[in-house]
Design a protein. Structure first.
Length: 277
């Protein structure tokens, strides 16, 4: 999903410096093409001052560096701007066959790379300036997140066939595992979406007051976050497009959560019955 809000406290100065410093892959980092080095720096700076936990920043950094090391060694150090969906598929296959990572771990790395791609598309890709009375876009302006559509090869991941279903058809124990995961990762907005998924498309009209009245303690943490950041909407499900720009979620946003939950549950999760993944 484009620009999801992260609901955590900001980092200390020490933690921020730690995130901004490359230790493990310092030698490879110094050899990367200038575009990729600059992107890594800008991304680490962004997550270190945005509302992510230190743990989340650390895992985002590790996943990004894992990709860029592979990209340097096996993909000709291709500029991230030019990396194609097929390249990411090759990377996921490498993680499974060479590093022996399980499907769940590869999916997390894929999610982290999608966060990096969203940063390219929605943050640095939106910047423009006026020069000689003309609007000038930077080179990331037309960048599109292709990671989210990249496939973890079936032959590699051994993933069960995804079956059609809705929330009432899914084993409650599996839903509890997903709720626990969202709670532990402090993805409170996703938790609210899962909690009220039975509303279908009407979840787009869910208000913060309704969440306070009908939601549990975790749902209410999301509302308090919205209040703390002064989000100017009554909608409980919103999207952050820039550091200070929000808008109510759309069906596209729900589609993101359907994909997110489906990947975790390894079966199709449907919120709105009038469209599919």
């Amino acid at each position: 999903m484009k620009g999801l809000i992260k609901t955590t406290d900001r980092l200390t100065a020490y933690e921020r410096d730690s995130i901004m410093t490359i230790h493990k892959d310092k030698e490879v980092f110094s050899k990367l093409c200038p575009t990729n080095r600059r992107l890594i720096y800008d991304f680490l700076l962004y997550i270190s001052i945005a509302s992510y936990t230190y743990q989340t920043c650390t895992t985002l950094k590790a996943s990004a560096m894992k990709f860029f090391v592979w990209n340097y060694e096996y993909n000709k150090d291709t500029s991230f701007y030019s990396v194609k969906k097929s390249h990411f598929t090759n990377f996921f296959a490498y993680l499974a066959t060479e590093e022996k990572l399980c499907y769940e771990r590869i999916y997390i790395i894929k999610s982290h790379l999608s966060t990096l791609s969203d940063f390219c598309e929605n943050i640095i890709g939106h910047k423009e300036y006026v020069w000689n009375h003309k609007v000038v876009h930077n080179k990331w302006y037309n960048f599109t997140n292709v990671v989210k559509d990249a496939v973890i090869p079936v032959a590699v991941k051994g993933e069960p066939k995804v079956l059609p279903s809705n929330i009432n058809d899914i084993d409650t124990r599996e839903l509890e595992k997903l709720r626990w995961y969202l709670k532990e990762t402090k993805d409170y907005e996703a938790y609210v979406v899962l909690y009220f998924a039975h509303l279908g498309e009407d979840i787009l009209n869910l208000t913060v007051d309704e969440v306070m009245e009908q939601g549990d303690a975790i749902c209410k943490r999301w509302v308090r976050f919205l209040e703390r950041y002064g989000i100017p909407f009554k909608n409980a499900i919103v999207i952050q497009f820039d550091y200070n720009t929000w808008r109510p979620a759309t069906k596209e946003g729900l589609n993101h959560y359907e994909q997110y939950f489906s990947q975790f549950l390894k079966r199709k999760f449907i919120i709105c019955n009038d469209y599919r993944l």
